[in-house]
Design a protein around this ligand. Structure first.
Ligand SMILES: Cc1ncc(COP(=O)(O)O)c(C=O)c1O
Length: 357
């Protein structure tokens, strides 16, 4: 079996062990004579999977009982709207940090629904970077402060989370489960699953009880966090949640968050060291802000970048083209990306430079 070295930004590589396990019980789940996709979401088999996925998430991230763990639909993009709809009240202000493409999309939705203060704006800077703590102007009594912990397109990451004075709300779509952090510092965390959690189709939301209590009245039932915090309201994306349960179990087997962080740091260092070794490659982000998940870099010309992507694909290194809005090269090296893939990429970078440098 040939598995590609897959550097896709998302939907991204899944652990091969998880895919194989899913393949085994696809047609007949635990002797039931049907797949997990074909049975009631209220039956005992699926309920056990759903509960286990939540328990694994709690265990891995150290989530206390005063947070609800929700498996929703509508993507992280849906959350851009759900958050102000539920949590930005009449006459209130929400702080947002403008750090790149994803934060900008969150800001656009919040502005449709309420009043927004841009606490810091580094979104137009090149090389890309996250704002420094003393560059942020937070609003006293803000409804919440929103950050995008990892900008998947710009390849930058908050290394320490800011203290905004109001409940912190974070889009962690592209770096959740990659490094330890203190959940209790956040009012709400959300992430599309398709990078570090599982397949596309499920959006994970962690919301703190006291923050939930502050939500607006009159939100449509399906879009109200409380509906989902209270009970399993409607049909969840059952297959995606089933895969999430397996990915989280796989992660536990790799030493949990502390274990995977060490592997992630090593992979990222290997790649950034190769970028910095010569002038042929140029990192797209300021070193202090460099993402451990999405490594973005440039070559001396767009023409060479095109050739690089093509030759890499021919050598089995897939999906290295940077996002169309910024160009360049992007290697997404999420939890499930094996170290061997990064080693293969750095060797390929050496060879490509020898031929074209
Ligand atoms: C940081 C970040 N936020 C939000 C999104 C949007 O996620 P979705 O496609 O699940 O709406 C993405 C997708 O790549 C992302 O990387």
């Amino acid at each position: 079996m040939a598995r590609a070295y897959n550097f896709s930004a998302g939907p991204a590589i899944l652990p091969v062990e998880v895919l194989e396990e899913a393949q085994k019980d696809l047609v007949d789940y635990q002797g039931s004579g049907m797949s997990i996709m074909e049975m009631s979401h209220r039956g005992k088999e699926y309920s056990a999977v759903h509960d286990e996925a939540i328990a694994n998430m709690r265990e891995l991230l150290g989530i206390s009982d005063d947070y609800a763990v929700l498996f929703l639909t509508g993507g992280a993009s849906g959350q851009f709207a759900w958050i102000p709809m539920n949590l930005l009240g009449e006459g209130q202000v929400a702080d947002y940090t403008a750090t790149g493409s994803w934060a900008s999309k969150a800001i656009k939705e919040a502005k449709i629904l309420g009043k927004v203060n841009i606490a810091a704006d580094s979104s137009k800077e090149s090389p890309a970077r996250m704002p420094l703590a003393d560059e942020c102007t937070w609003t006293d009594g803000a409804a919440y402060a929103h950050i995008t912990t990892n900008e998947t397109i710009g390849g930058i990451q908050w290394k320490a989370f800011p203290d905004a004075g109001s409940p912190l709300v974070a889009d962690m779509s592209s770096d959740i489960l990659s490094r330890p952090f203190d959940v209790s510092k956040f009012g709400l965390i959300y992430a599309g699953a398709q990078k570090n959690i599982g397949p596309a189709g499920v959006t994970v939301v962690l919301i703190k009880d006291d923050f939930l209590q502050k939500r607006n009245e009159g939100v449509a039932t399906m879009l109200d966090y409380k509906t989902h915090a209270d009970k399993l309201y409607n049909t969840p994306p059952v297959f995606a949640v089933y895969m999430v349960e397996k990915v989280l179990r796989w992660l536990e087997g790799r030493g949990g968050i502390d274990g995977i962080q060490k592997i992630n740091e090593r992979k990222a260092k290997m790649l950034y060291d190769r970028i910095d070794k010569t002038d042929f490659y140029r990192g797209a982000a300021v070193p202090d802000s460099r993402s451990v998940m999405n490594v973005c870099f440039r070559l001396p010309s767009e023409e060479l970048e095109g050739q690089f992507v093509k030759a890499a694909a021919a050598a089995g290194l897939q999906a290295l083209k940077g996002h169309r809005s910024v160009g360049g090269i992007r290697a997404s090296i999420y939890n499930a990306c094996p170290t061997a893939a990064v080693e293969a990429l750095t060797s390929f970078m050496d060879e490509f430079e020898q031929k074209n440098g």
